[in-house]
Design a protein around this ligand. Structure first.
Ligand code: FAD
Length: 383
């Protein structure tokens, strides 16, 4: 694998870095305190092509490869994980899945709007009673003539209250042992679909996370994404690439922890000298830096596999597992470098830890990643 970025990749990375410095960093603390990212950011992300990376240009996408996508995701995550998550979900989990599984009509209906930021997508898999065991979901879609009627509740849905379209997973076959789950593209304004913002999150506080309740939501059969009964495969294919995106976001958190710690260690003095000159502070900094590099290399490896059309699901789980745990370690070490100042939100590192923590939980907890990796190693499913 060539680890040198191409001119195009470096250009898009720099564009994202400049965007974050201009449009995100000045507002991060306020958005976090208000539990609300300014929604106008979505159109700005779309205008620069960040919501269309890897999507074919004929559907409004901005092309680019998966390494470019990871670079942008890392820069956004370095600035604010709440903003990064908007892209990871609307592009990474929804638009890319429509591009892979959608009919021509579905692609033309949704992709230009999603990639421009005119519309936002959310991914409705988790339910109050089923998280890790997502294949066991209880939401039901019953065929009625040319329609499906959907009933159920979805929990913890990122972009949930902002979304114009829900990539929704519902059971369409109840036969014993049958994983009869199907995927639907449900317009969020369909009658019977109500949304409630979930407040009080530990991290990603600026992000619109919601509970979705579906009561007799009637959608035409043309909203089916992929064949009926293949929804679980659709979900798992989306999540495999999604894990690469989460890993890239975690690299951004870890890099931000490193940047802030090195800067602070260079400014703060104790015992008559800069704390950067204390060996145990250098240990914290060097530990963070090794985690950053290791997480980044694992993530880039996934992007490289995807771009070369190779099998990547296990590598994505490895990258997501390592990078998310590393992001937590790095942010925690950064707080140690900052001492008491790391504990208040005028300084950036406390938020990094709060934002990092969920990365080990969503798109498959660390335990679930280990089971995926273990199954690939042994051929035995331990779920
Ligand atoms: P559970 O599955 O109940 O797990 C609880 C504990 O049991 C965990 O430690 C888990 O690792 C462990 N466990 C479970 N099964 C096993 C096993 N077989 N072996 C070992 N340990 C096991 N979901 C969406 O669909 N769309 C979204 O956009 C989305 N965004 C989210 C945003 C946030 C901020 C959060 C917090 C969650 C989001 N989720 C989303 C949901 C997320 O994916 C789930 O929370 C996650 O999959 C874990 O499910 P759970 O919370 O039900 O935990």
């Amino acid at each position: 694998m060539n680890l040198e970025l191409s001119q195009e990749q470096e250009a898009v990375r720099r564009l994202a870095e400049e965007f974050v410095a201009r449009e995100v960093t000045p507002h991060v603390v306020a958005w976090d305190r208000a539990e609300n990212v300014d929604r106008s950011i979505v159109k700005k992300l779309g205008a620069l092509g960040f919501l269309g990376l890897t999507v074919p240009e004929e559907y409004g996408g901005s092309g680019g490869d998966h390494l470019a996508y990871c670079l942008v995701t890392e820069e956004l995550g370095r600035g604010d994980s709440s903003v990064r998550g908007i892209v990871s979900v609307s592009l990474g989990l929804v638009a890319k899945t429509v591009a892979s599984w959608g009919s021509e009509e579905q692609k033309r209906q949704w992709l230009p709007r999603l990639t421009s930021g005119d519309a936002i997508g959310c991914f409705g898999l988790t339910e109050p009673g089923t998280g890790s065991d997502a294949g066991n979901l209880a939401t039901r879609a019953v065929r009625d003539g040319g329609d499906y009627v959907i009933n159920g509740t979805k929990m913890f849905i990122t972009n949930g209250t902002w979304a114009d379209v829900v990539l929704l997973f519902a059971r369409t076959n109840d036969a014993p042992g049958h994983r009869g789950v199907s995927a639907f593209l449900v317009p969020a304004d369909t009658p019977g679909l109500t949304r409630r913002t979930i407040h009080g999150k530990l991290g990603l506080r600026g992000q619109a996370t919601a509970e979705l309740v579906l009561q007799d939501v009637r959608v035409p059969a043309t909203t089916l994404l992929g064949p009926e009964g293949k929804g679980f495969t659709v979900a798992m294919s989306a999540l495999a690439k999604g894990r690469m995106s989460v890993a890239a976001g975690c690299v951004g958190i870890a890099q931000a922890a490193l940047d802030a710690s090195v800067r602070y260690a260079g400014e703060r003095e104790q015992f008559g000298k800069g704390i950067a000159g204390h060996q145990l502070v250098q240990e914290l900094l060097s530990d963070i830096s090794v985690d950053v590099e290791a997480a980044r290399l694992l993530t880039w490896r996934v992007a490289d596999l995807v771009d070369r059309g190779q099998e990547f699901a296990t590598a994505a789980s490895q990258a997501k597992l390592y990078a998310s745990e590393a992001a937590v370690r790095c942010a925690n070490n950064a707080i140690q470098v900052f001492g008491g100042y790391g504990y208040i939100d005028e300084y950036p590192v406390g938020k990094l830890l709060r934002d990092a923590r969920v990365m080990t939980l969503y798109e498959g907890t660390s335990q679930i990643q280990k089971l995926i990796i273990g199954r690939a190693l042994t051929g035995v499913s331990a779920f």
